[in-house]
Ligand binder design. Sequence first.
Ligand SMILES: NC(=O)C1=CN([C@@H]2O[C@H](COP(=O)(O)OP(=O)(O)OC[C@H]3O[C@@H](n4cnc5c(N)ncnc54)[C@H](OP(=O)(O)O)[C@@H]3O)[C@@H](O)[C@H]2O)C=CC1
Ligand SMILES: Nc1nc(=O)c2c([nH]1)NC[C@@H]1CN(c3ccc(C(=O)N[C@@H](CCC(=O)O)C(=O)O)cc3)C=[N+]21
Length: 296
Amino acid sequence: MSATIIDGKSFAEGLRGRIAATVEKMKAQGVHPGLAVVLVGNDPASEVYVSSKARQTVEVGMRSFEHRLPADASQQELEALVARLNADPEVDGILVQLPLPAGLNAEPVIAAIHPDKDVDGLTHMNAGRLANGAVGLVPCTPLGSMMLIRSVMPDIAGKTAVVVGRSNLVGKPVAQLLLAANATVTIAHSRTRNLREVCRGADILVAAVGRPEMIRGDFIKPGAVVIDVGINRIPAPERGEGKTRLVGDVAFGEAKEVAGAITPVPGGVGPMTIACLLANTLTAASLRRGLTPPTF
Ligand SMILES: NC(=O)C1=CN([C@@H]2O[C@H](COP(=O)(O)OP(=O)(O)OC[C@H]3O[C@@H](n4cnc5c(N)ncnc54)[C@H](OP(=O)(O)O)[C@@H]3O)[C@@H](O)[C@H]2O)C=CC1
Ligand SMILES: Nc1nc(=O)c2c([nH]1)NC[C@@H]1CN(c3ccc(C(=O)N[C@@H](CCC(=O)O)C(=O)O)cc3)C=[N+]21
């Protein structure tokens, strides 16, 4: 039997609709939420993401502030910009697009972001809040992944979950969220032995590796929910010379024959990431004013 395809694109559209309605209400109360995105250098992939974020921010009725620095900007310049955004009352959320160009160190830049404006959820404060079950800002991709899991598996408690990948941006926070939902969680990584066997035990399998199609059909437990976070651009000579296409970390064609439900790439987790960034900006706007954050 073929798996249910989880339509992240239309889920994200619906979420943006609910966000727009909340923005309306906040504006009526005199709060006009704003998101600042910082892009250093001119990596073409990052340019695409940043302009897409800016467009969607404006579409839901929020303010968008784009800050571009040249690839040869200094560490000091970048941290000074973050400090200005921290102090700016019109800015509720700050996102510094990663990776930074060579020569710049991301860690102190992230540390400089005020935790209540940290819409990426990357500061130590927000990672700690998530680990301890306190209210805070949760990274966008994990938040979006959980919404998609819940859409096909409302009761996660007691299920086995395997997360492949342990980055601070995706793997670790998604594992924390699954644990908070009472799943029994395993985190696999590049040193994991028998990855196929480990994955085969998973009712919920989250792949966040960055290796095109490395999770094959025989890694998947029949009926499992498979969330493919990977975004990999690979050559596609069949589309013409020099053409490329996007694939995930999961071999979709094989996996969909075994899984119960699966996210596609593109059109799965990616659109949810941006929608959750907008949701986090509203959470940040509320936190900063001591208001109860909206739920979506
Ligand atoms: N859809 C979306 O919105 C987003 C997609 N992404 C995509 O998700 C993917 C992962 O991103 P990110 O977490 O930032 O990546 P990182 O490169 O930071 O982390 C990759 C993780 O995968 C693990 N890994 C690497 N090779 C293997 C292997 N052979 N077997 C098992 N584990 C392995 C690494 O293990 P170790 O720690 O041992 O090195 C590491 O923990 C990328 O494709 C990225 O483009 C990222 C953010 C958002
Ligand atoms: N500070 C920071 N936070 C991030 O969250 C962050 C980042 N830096 N750097 C890069 C990664 C990657 N990322 C994606 C967001 C949206 C899509 C997305 O919308 N993808 C579409 C396809 C887009 C296309 O066609 O290229 C989809 O999957 O359908 C993908 C990837 C956020 N990241």
